[in-house]
Design a protein around this ligand. Structure first.
Ligand SMILES: [Zn+2]
Length: 57
């Protein structure tokens, strides 16, 4: 059985310093982070740049 990933919300990424991670889709500097639910659980936050966030959203 495959769990479905359900989009929950987006929030702005204030600063990409420190524990910076790259956009999951293209590797650029991320500006947004997305929260998903997988099954009953909250999935780890995924970070994307503006361009890729539009595709996901
Ligand atoms: Zn991207």
């Amino acid at each position: 059985m495959k769990l479905k990933k359900i989009f929950r919300s987006i929030r702005s990424l204030k600063s990409a310093s420190g524990n910076a991670r790259l956009c999951l889709a293209c590797g650029n500097t991320p500006t947004r982070e997305a929260l998903f639910n997988v099954g009953e659980e909250l999935a780890p936050i995924e970070r994307y740049c503006d361009t890729c966030m539009i595709k996901i959203n």
